[in-house]
Design a protein around this ligand. Sequence first.
Ligand code: ZN
Length: 123
Amino acid sequence: MPRTPTDALPALDLDEVRRGLEARDAELRERIGVMAAAPERGSTLSFGKRIGDGTIEAVGRLTDVGVGTTLELEEARVARALEKLDDGTYGLCDACGRPIAPKRLRAMPESVLCIEDAAKLRR
Ligand SMILES: [Zn+2]
């Protein structure tokens, strides 16, 4: 199994990181899969007709859509981090190639960008 240079990652156990990411990936896929497979409920619901279960359910569905998008984005990041573990570039920024701060990797093991490039993306 390829190894990231240890000087870039003094205190990270890559096997542990991989296990954590794989578990997270499986969990995210399951949650995304469950949502994608859910029957299309409430397509005939109309807002405002009657305050009650229908309204609450419609709001719940809107929330689910937002969660789904976030989950898919997170799953994509986790999958990319696992890919980087495989090709030995885990811990190196996808944009500039410099090492990502170990502190950042411990807080967010799915990080594939250094803090500077992540900040650029958000702008
Ligand atoms: Zn960078």
